[in-house]
Design a protein around this ligand. Sequence first.
Ligand SMILES: O=P(O)(O)OC[C@H]1O[C@@H](O)[C@H](O)[C@@H](O)[C@@H]1O
Length: 263
Amino acid sequence: MRWSFEQGIVKSSKAVRGGISVFFPQYGVEQHGSARNKNWTIEDDAPSLNSFDTQGKSFVDLLLKPSEDDLKFWPHAFEFRLRVSLASDGSLSLISRIRNINGKPFSFSFAYQTYFSVSDISEVRLEGLETLDYRDNLCKKELFTEQGDAITFEAEIDRVYHSSPNCIAVLDHERKRTYLIRKEGLPDIVLWNPWEKKSRAMVDLGDTEYRKMLCVDGAAIEKPITLKPGKEWTGRVELVVVPSTLCSDFSPSKSGQKRFRNR
Ligand SMILES: O=P(O)(O)OC[C@H]1O[C@@H](O)[C@H](O)[C@@H](O)[C@@H]1O
């Protein structure tokens, strides 16, 4: 499901290109926040979650707390718990819980930067973002409105779509498979593909690897989340792969009305 770089560079202080990265506490600033470059600890006795998030799944609980040095750059104490779960049907879930353990409120933006592996970017169609407003990072974050058609890809793209439905579909015609992205607490979707020219300038991306990937990120960016002291925010994403034949009656707008768990 997930795309990973072929000839990238792995350094502990630098995010790996591919897979899923967590952007926190600031999307678009200083490498999208430091969370993705940190060493997380495994938490054996994480505070419990709804039983739906555990049943029939293998999972690991991770914990991130800011160090003294981190607090010099972003002076807000927090506990960030991340549960990564794999269900027997192959679906992958990430549940982030961020708690303010500060004396004062703080605000943050967030994204699960998710690299999907595709047969070829020209074979991909994305459904669920039709007619939505988006900010185009390639046009000074200007606001535009998407047309009524599913999105296809012919050039570099770097956009943040607002108020998106809770289910988005990425259809890969050649592989005849569809990725479903179900999310909760994450109103925005980031779409990113660097295309050819930018790929050539990136040291951790092969010159033609952009054709084999598409980033579709569940996110909270346009309206940052504000957390009062002691409060906790939760943002979930679930990634499912299904044969495209099973998706013929798929409608993101209908699915978006449903709660994440009522599928
Ligand atoms: O190279 P990075 O830090 O992983 O970021 C890749 C891209 O991530 C996307 O989410 C951003 O919208 C882009 O602007 C950015 O270029």
